[in-house]
Design a protein around this ligand. Structure first.
Ligand code: CTP
Length: 404
C-alpha cells in the first residue's frame, strides 16, 4: 500500500533539541504516508524551529501553550489527546523524557501526554554524554518497561556538537517504519468490518423519492476509526454529500434493497457488522416509470415496508460459531432506553447505540453526537463529543468483547 497511514491521526510532540529541525521532514513524511498530523511543541522546541513551520508542514494549527486561551479553541491538551491514535515524541530530549517519566504536566506536550491513553513512540536524540547518563538510562528503562511506550533510536553517528557517538535521532525512514508498525498493529489488525451508513432513497417516480436527512457522518466516523484501529473496512453507503475518508472500500447504493444485497453478500465474512444507516422504512408499492402529474384532490400513495437490512443480516449469521459482532443504531426522540433495548433483543444484536435525535448537538447532520450504548446486560457507555471521538469510545466498548 502506498499510503500505509491513511486514516491515522498522529500527534507529533517536538522537544527542544537541535534534532527538532528533523521533525519537520518527519511530519512531511507522515503526511505523505497518508496520516493526518497535529503537532505540539515544548517551549524549547520553539527556540529551534517555529510553530509556523510546523503549522505549514502539518496543515494544522500547532499547540504550544496550555495557558494561551487563543489556542484553547484549536484543540487544547484534552482534545488533542482524544483526537490522536498515536503519539510520537521526536526528538525526545533528556529533559522531556525525565518529565514524562515523572508524570509532570507542565507544558503543551506533557499535559497532552498525561491525558493520552494510546501508544507512544519515543524517538530520543541528545548528546552522547547526556544519553549515557545514569539518570537518562534509568528514565528510558522505566518508560519502555510500560507497554504504552515504544522506542526508536537513538543511533550512533556524528552529532551536531561535533562529538561522534550514540544520540542521533533515528533516521527518517526508521521513524516512519516504527510508526507504521505500531499503527498497523492496532487492536483490529487483520479484522474485517462492515458498516452501513447514510440514508436510503426510495423512488416514487423518476423525480420524487422518500428519504431522510441522514448524512452518513456517524457511520463514516465508525468506519474511519475501525480503519485507524487496523481493520479492513467496507462501507455500504447510501446517497450522501459527505465525502468518505480515504482508506475505506466504499460501495454506493441507493435503495434499501440494494443495501440489503450488498450486506448479505458480505456479512458472513466479517468480524464486526455496524448498521449505522438510516434505512427508509417504506417504499412505494408501485414506482411510476414516468413523472406523476399532480391532480387537484388528495393523492394516495400505497407504501410497503422495505427489508430490515440489520435484522435480515442478523438472522443469516445467527447460530454461526464465528458470527460477527452485531451493532445497531437507534435514533429515538423519546423513551430512548426502552426502545433501544427492545431493538437489541428483537434483532438479536450484541450492542446498540442509542441517540436522542430530539437533542441539540446530536443526530442527523450534526458533527457532534451524544449516545448511550447498551448490551444485553444494560448500559455500557455514555459518550458525547465529535462523531469521531464518540466513534472511538464506541469501538472501545466493542473491543471489550471477543472480535473474530
Ligand atoms: N435498520 C436496517 N434496515 C431497516 C431499518 C433499520 O438495517 N430497514 C437498522 C438501522 O441501520 C439501525 C437499526 O436497524 O441500526 C434501527 O432499528 P429500527 O428498529 O429499524 O429503528 P427505526 O427505523 O428507528 O425503527 P422505528 O421507526 O420503529 O423506531
Amino acid at each position: 500500500m502506498t499510503e500505509p497511514l491513511l486514516g491515522r491521526n498522529i500527534a507529533v510532540a517536538v522537544g527542544g533539541g537541535i534534532a527538532a529541525y528533523k521533525a519537520c521532514d518527519f511530519v512531511r513524511e507522515l503526511r505523505r504516508a497518508g496520516a493526518e498530523v497535529r503537532v505540539a511543541m515544548t517551549k524549547g522546541a520553539c527556540e529551534f524551529i517555529t510553530p509556523l513551520t510546523m503549522q505549514n508542514l502539518s496543515g494544522n494549527p500547532v499547540f504550544t501553550d496550555t495557558f494561551d486561551s487563543s489556542q484553547d479553541h484549536l484543540y487544547g491538551h484534552l482534545q488533542l489527546a482524544k483526537w490522536a491514535d498515536l503519539f510520537v515524541i521526536a526528538p525526545a530530549t533528556a529533559d522531556l523524557l525525565a518529565r514524562i517519566k515523572a508524570g509532570l504536566g507542565n507544558d503543551a506536550v506533557t499535559t497532552t501526554l498525561l491525558a493520552f491513553r494510546g501508544p507512544v513512540l519515543l524517538a530520543p536524540a541528545m548528546n552522547t554524554a547526556m544519553w549515557e547518563h545514569a539518570e537518562t538510562q534509568a528514565t528510558v528503562a522505566a518508560l519502555v518497561a510500560q507497554p504504552k511506550y515504544r522506542m526508536v533510536g537513538p543511533v550512533a553517528g556524528p552529532l551536531a556538537d561535533g562529538d561522534v557517538g550514540m544520540g542521533r535521532l533515528a533516521e527518517l525512514k526508521e521513524l516512519v517504519t516504527a510508526v507504521t508498525a505500531i499503527a498497523v498493529a492496532g487492536p483490529l489488525a487483520g479484522k474485517r468490518v462492515l458498516v452501513t451508513a447514510g440514508p436510503t432513497r426510495e423512488a416514487l417516480d423518476p423525480v420524487r423519492f422518500i428519504s431522510n436527512p441522514s448524512t452518513g457522518k456517524m457511520g463514516l466516523a465508525m468506519a474511519e476509526v475501525a480503519r485507524a484501529l487496523g481493520a479492513v473496512v467496507t462501507v455500504v453507503l447510501g446517497p450522501v454529500e459527505t465525502v468518505p475518508p480515504r482508506g475505506l472500500e466504499v460501495i454506493r447504493v441507493t435503495t434499501a434493497d440494494e443495501m440489503l444485497a450488498a450486506v448479505m453478500g458480505r456479512v458472513e465474512a466479517v468480524d464486526v457488522f455496524v448498521a449505522a444507516a438510516a434505512v427508509s422504512d417504506w417504499k412505494a408499492e408501485q414506482v411510476s416509470s414516468t413523472k406523476v402529474k399532480k391532480g387537484e384532490g388528495v393523492e394516495t400513495v400505497r407504501l410497503v415496508r422495505t427489508p430490515d437490512v440489520l435484522a435480515t443480516a442478523s438472522a443469516k449469521v445467527h447460530g454461526n460459531p464465528k458470527r460477527p459482532v452485531l451493532m445497531g443504531f437507534a435514533a429515538e426522540t423519546h423513551d430512548v432506553e426502552a426502545y433501544a433495548r427492545g431493538k437489541l433483543t428483537k434483532k438479536r444484536l450484541d450492542l446498540i447505540v442509542a441517540n436522542d435525535v430530539s437533542q441539540a448537538g446530536a443526530g442527523f447532520g450534526s458533527d457532534s453526537n451524544r449516545v448511550i450504548v447498551f448490551d444485553g446486560t444494560g448500559e455500557r457507555l455514555r459518550a458525547e463529543g465529535s462523531k469521531r471521538d464518540v466513534a472511538k469510545e464506541i469501538w472501545g466498548v466493542v473491543l471489550e468483547r471477543r472480535v473474530g
